[in-house]
Structures are given as structure tokens and as C-alpha cells.
Write a protein that binds this ligand. Structure first.
Ligand code: CU
Length: 154
């Protein structure tokens, strides 16, 4: 827990000094699905709102507690749930994209510390114009009804 708070502080100092935020984007409801400590890939979700009249393109997502984050899209093909890695996510003008179980989502690889419900960290979303928004992410338990998101197809 102490380590997590330290990383959080370092990341806030780093990002607030080096990058400007995307004022056209509002990111909310960011959460990481709790998983057992031995699980090496976690899922995360968020609501990304574009309040401008121009499309915004998300190109990179990072979190200090994970070595890598990928953007995925869940699809059902011939009755089988599959996930496709996306290189970017386009948020149309005046539109909101919800990352949620069974749709677009984030996959977080190789946690550097165990995370459990109630923990918080930060996730940084970087856009094609070079802006970055760092937001708080909460770890919480997934609802039972969300179990259609299956990681075994990786
Ligand atoms: Cu995935």
C-alpha cells in the first residue's frame, strides 16, 4: 500500500510537469477490475467524453503500476467471444465512448504490486495531438453479470 502511494505521487508530479491536458476530453468512472494476486492481466474500464466539435484520437494508455496497457474490443464471432487489440480509439465530436465489459476495454499487463478493492492509482490517456489526461482509477470487484468478458482467448 505504501509503495502504491509512492508511485502515485511520483506519477502525479511527473505528469503535471511535462504534459498538457486535453481540454476537449472528459474521462470519468475509471475502474480496474479486481483479480486474484496471481493473475497477470487485469481489465479496466472508463467513460470517455469528447465535448468538442472535432474528433479526438486516443493513442496510448499508461499506468505506473503496469508494464503495458492495450486497448481491446470484445466481439462475438460465430458464437465465440474474441478480443481484438486496437491501435487507437476515435471518439467522434460531441460523443461519449464507454469502455465496458463486452465492448471496448483496457487490458493491463504485469501488475507491479497486488491490487485489491479500494486501492487507487492513476491512468494516463494520451491523444494524437500530444495531450495527456491523467485520471484516478479505483480498483473494485466486477459485477457477476459482467462475466461474459473472458480472457482465455488471448
Ligand atoms: Cu481484452
Amino acid at each position: 500500500m505504501h509503495k502504491i502511494k509512492h508511485l502515485l505521487l511520483v506519477s502525479i508530479l511527473f505528469f503535471s510537469c511535462s504534459l498538457s491536458a486535453n481540454e476537449n476530453i472528459s474521462i470519468s468512472d475509471v475502474w480496474i477490475s479486481e483479480a486474484p494476486p496471481n493473475v497477470s492481466v487485469l481489465a479496466a474500464y472508463a467513460k470517455i467524453q469528447n465535448t468538442s466539435d472535432e474528433l479526438q484520437t486516443l493513442i496510448l494508455i499508461r499506468c505506473p503500476l503496469f508494464s503495458k496497457i492495450e486497448l481491446h474490443l470484445s466481439k462475438v464471432i460465430d458464437g465465440v467471444a474474441k478480443m481484438e487489440k486496437q491501435n487507437s480509439l476515435t471518439i467522434p465530436a460531441q460523443d461519449t465512448i464507454e469502455l465496458s465489459p463486452g465492448a471496448f476495454h483496457l487490458m493491463l499487463f504485469d501488475p507491479k504490486a497486488p491490487l485489491k478493492s479500494g486501492d487507487t492509482t492513476t491512468i494516463t490517456f494520451t491523444f494524437a495531438d500530444g495531450t495527456s489526461n491523467t485520471v484516478e482509477a479505483n480498483v473494485k470487484k466486477r459485477n457477476v453479470s459482467d462475466h461474459e468478458h473472458d480472457h482465455h482467448d488471448h
